[in-house]
Design a protein around this ligand. Sequence first.
Ligand SMILES: Cc1cc2nc3c(=O)[nH]c(=O)nc-3n(C[C@H](O)[C@H](O)[C@H](O)COP(=O)(O)O)c2cc1C
Length: 143
Amino acid sequence: MAKAIVIYETTYGYTETMAKAIVAGLKEEGVTVELKKVLSTEVEDLKDMDAVALGCPTFHHDMIGTMKTFLFKMKKVDLKGKVGAAFGAYGWSGESVEMMSDTMKHIFEMDAIEPGLKMKGTEVVTGEKECKEFGKKIAAKIT
Ligand SMILES: Cc1cc2nc3c(=O)[nH]c(=O)nc-3n(C[C@H](O)[C@H](O)[C@H](O)COP(=O)(O)O)c2cc1C
């Protein structure tokens, strides 16, 4: 059975809401999924995964530091060819999603789903369906 892990950071909860809906979409397609906050995740958790989804909002045109640190740690694991997906809530620019996608593609040589999914807080409130669809898009690559 295909396996995926969804790892996220959040400050106000919108990216967490996105993460939960993405997990729901993956599960609906029969994928076994783990959902973890970035600080509770070890890079070893990624080893058996077919897909890795990273979620982080944008603050000051950047990722939150915890996700940035985790991306450095991810270099220790061979992720080449695995499916990668990035998502996150934003206010007006939303750079963090592209930053995570770029790193997955160029540094880890993952099969990154582009574009990633970025949503404004107001969109997240009504955006469960779109997040679920993103989860299903990830699932379609690994099932
Ligand atoms: C101090 C501060 C700085 C922010 N900087 C940006 C930014 O540079 N670009 C952007 O798109 N949104 C920015 N935002 C908006 C957040 O990305 C937005 O509130 C997002 O929904 C937070 O996601 P979260 O609920 O997962 O923490 C900023 C918000 C705050 C409070």
